[in-house]
Design a protein around this ligand. Structure first.
Ligand code: 6R9
Length: 637
């Protein structure tokens, strides 16, 4: 390993135990030591300042830096010609692209100058709505270069969702593409942005990169082409000096109530945490190829395609397509073609590929693989075993990584080759992470062989700093349920070995294919449909997606033949309001919902019916109208 490579890695279980102990007895000393591995323009004044009652956490405050100097500039001398990003197209016949650290640095600086030319300044918010092409990573890093705050919106969200996010953050620039390729589909992106911008007066400029050559309308004075703009600027762009606690990005995520909230991460702590966890969990070795299949529109892509790998000087593979195009062997082809060492994917992808059978795996050379990762939702034992046997050939440790948008990086996970794994267990907390299980009243549940709500009792450098524009919401959502604890929203068991197993959300959030969707958001979208009186949405177990969306809908008028059409219309409304990922899998029309005398919907009953457990509904005596339950049971889908 070259000298510039950081000295961050734990390499044995004894190392882990001693790092963990140090991180608990002296967290500030522990993280200060880790942070020494990064480039700072000025040292920080105070390692940590925190108070969970006011949702205040500051790491390395007063320290001056820029994350792109750590992700790019510092590597130029030692690994300028090494691949930073390898890009694989949706189309297997299109040539892949390799961007070395030198090339990536040059293109980031150049695009940063385009942003500046169009008036972008430190602290501005910039919305990015792009396909998985190298320009997306370049756009993200260019924002960070000049100190603008990026807000990446996943390419599957609707115009309305984009508009809500742009307006919440008051973005002045949008970066997008003409369209995107996903499997055999071509999806317009610019046209969706155009629809969104009708409602977004704060946006002054739209920069459009070319991908699909889909015809687009370009508004004079507002819209410019990426390819033209980069020709007009230099590729010399000194990085803006940022305080460790200046905002780096906003990423919107769903909760149990209201509209998605803008989770805010800051420059210093996030950098240290994303990089530390990347290096350790995957045990990345110099020269390896890391393939994270997430989209950069989600936190997994931010931390483990862009920032973590690049700050660590790794080679990160970025894949534009989907696992099943042109066939269900695509991931394995990509691994074979690029000699991938680390594969990091979601259980939903594994379960879906499992369903296609081994014909797509056999005959593919997967011998380059060393480590397998899983993220986004609980992985069931069957999928874990299939992954282990057929992809890892029993030789690759599986790291089941539990974390959240709000945590910035992985919190509970095995360290590859170091922690003994157990199917479906996220195993042990990483150094710096202090999990605690609590009961409904907030009392700590001690000992092993227990279950409870998962909280964290001490801040780590990647913890959420605020929810953009509404700090109270951050306090309410994460720090008020249990005093002096960060509440994750997840249920969890700790087994006899002290290993953690995440059992799923305990709030009104559904996890569909690893994507977080709030039941309230889906209900609001359904209720916007003409004729809908009221709706209630719950999750139910789904073989491939993990959870599916089950909607109970009261309509003014649905009769016989009309119901299929009404169903389709409701799906179209949800797609328009949120995006296709929020479409209910099942819609049951009902004449009433089970409510208590105080008017609260008893979701427990709806969940049971959706799960098919209609004979085990528990106490229904407090219901206003028990007859409703009989009707719902009879009509269950
Ligand atoms: C990284 C990411 C967070 C929620 C989280 C939990 C679920 C994530 C998991 C997992 C079980 C794992 N989750 N990883 N559940 N095992 N390894 O997915 O962030 O999109 O914010 O979702 O996902 O329920 O609370 P995000």
């Amino acid at each position: 390993m070259s000298k510039l490579m950081m000295n961050l890695q734990i390499s044995s279980f004894e190392d882990y135990e001693s790092a963990y102990n140090q991180s608990v007895t002296d967290p500030e000393g522990f993280w200060a030591e880790v942070a020494q591995n990064f480039q700072w323009r000025k040292p920080w004044k105070k390692t940590l300042e925190w108070d969970f009652t006011t949702a205040t956490t500051k790491w390395f405050a007063g320290g001056k830096m820029n994350i792109t100097e750590n992700a790019l500039d510092r590597h130029l001398a030692t690994r300028g010609d090494q691949a930073a990003i390898i890009w694989e197209s949706n189309d297997p016949n299109e040539e892949s692209v390799t961007l070395t650290y030198k090339m990536l640095h040059q293109r980031v600086c150049q695009f940063a100058n385009v942003l500046k030319k169009h008036g972008a300044k430190k602290g501005d918010r910039i919305c990015i709505y792009m396909p998985m092409i190298p320009e997306l990573a370049i756009a993200v890093l260019a924002c960070a270069r000049i100190g603008a705050i990026h807000s990446v919106v996943f390419g599957g969200f609707s115009a309305q969702s984009i508009a809500d996010r742009i307006n919440d953050a008051q973005c002045n620039i949008v970066i997008t593409s003409d369209g995107s390729f996903r499997g055999n589909k071509e999806i317009g992106l610019k046209s969706t942005v155009d629809d969104a911008l009708i409602q977004c007066p704060s946006v002054q400029k739209v920069i459009v990169s070319t991908r699909t050559r889909t015809p687009v309308s370009m508004l004079k004075g507002r819209d410019v082409w990426w390819e033209n703009e980069v020709k007009t600027v230099s590729s010399d762009c000194p990085a803006e000096e940022m305080d460790a606690e200046d905002m780096l990005f906003i990423l919107y995520t769903s909760g149990s109530t209201g509209k998605p909230k803008g989770v805010v991460h800051t420059c210093g702590g996030y950098m240290v945490y994303a990089t530390y966890t990347f290096a350790n969990v995957f045990q990345y070795q110099q020269g390896q190829v890391h393939f994270c299949t997430a989209d950069i529109g989600w936190i997994t892509g931010h931390s483990y395609i862009v920032y973590g790998p690049l700050c660590y000087g790794a080679t990160s593979l970025m894949f534009e397509g989907v696992p099943t195009y042109p066939d269900a062997g695509r991931f394995w082809d990509v691994i074979d073609k690029h000699k991938v060492d680390i594969l990091y994917t979601a259980p939903t992808a594994i379960r879906s590929l499992m369903g296609f059978g081994l014909d797509y795996v056999n005959g593919k050379d997967l011998s380059s693989l060393k480590v397998l990762g899983s993220v986004g939702e609980p992985i069931n034992e069957e999928a874990w075993n299939w992954y282990n046997e057929n992809i890892g050939k029993g030789k690759c440790p599986i790291v089941d990584t539990w974390w959240q948008t709000e945590t910035g990086g992985i919190l509970i996970s095995p360290i590859a080759g170091v922690t003994k794994t157990k199917p479906a267990y996220a195993t042990l907390p990483l150094p710096g992470v202090q999990p605690i299980l609590v009961d409904e009243k907030g009392e700590e549940i001690t000992g092993n062989g227990v279950s409870g709500n998962l909280c964290i009792k001490f801040p780590w450098p990647g913890i959420i700093r605020t929810t953009y524009g509404d700090h109270d919401r951050c306090i309410q959502t994460y720090f008020s349920t249990y005093k002096n604890l960060y509440f994750t929203g997840d249920g969890c068991m700790r087994d006899e070995d002290g290993y953690y197993r995440i059992t799923g959300r305990v709030d009104d959030v559904i996890n569909v294919s690893g994507h977080r969707i709030g039941t309230a958001e889906v209900e609001n979208a359904i209720n916007m449909h003409l004729g809908v009186v009221e709706s209630a949405v719950v999750g139910y177990p789904h073989d491939i997606k993990g959870q599916g969306i089950y909607a109970y809908v009261i309509c003014e008028k649905v009769q016989g033949d009309d119901s299929d059409l009404t169903r389709r219309d409701i799906l179209a409304t949800v797609t328009r309001v949120i995006g296709p990922i929020a479409k209910p899998d099942k819609i049951q029309f009902v004449s009433g919902l089970p409510k208590t005398r105080s008017g609260k919907i008893m979701r427990r009953i709806l969940r049971k019916v959706a799960e098919g457990e209609i004979n085990n509904l528990g106490d229904t005596s407090t219901l206003l109208d028990p007859a409703v339950v009989e009707e719902i049971k009879a009509g269950a889908l």
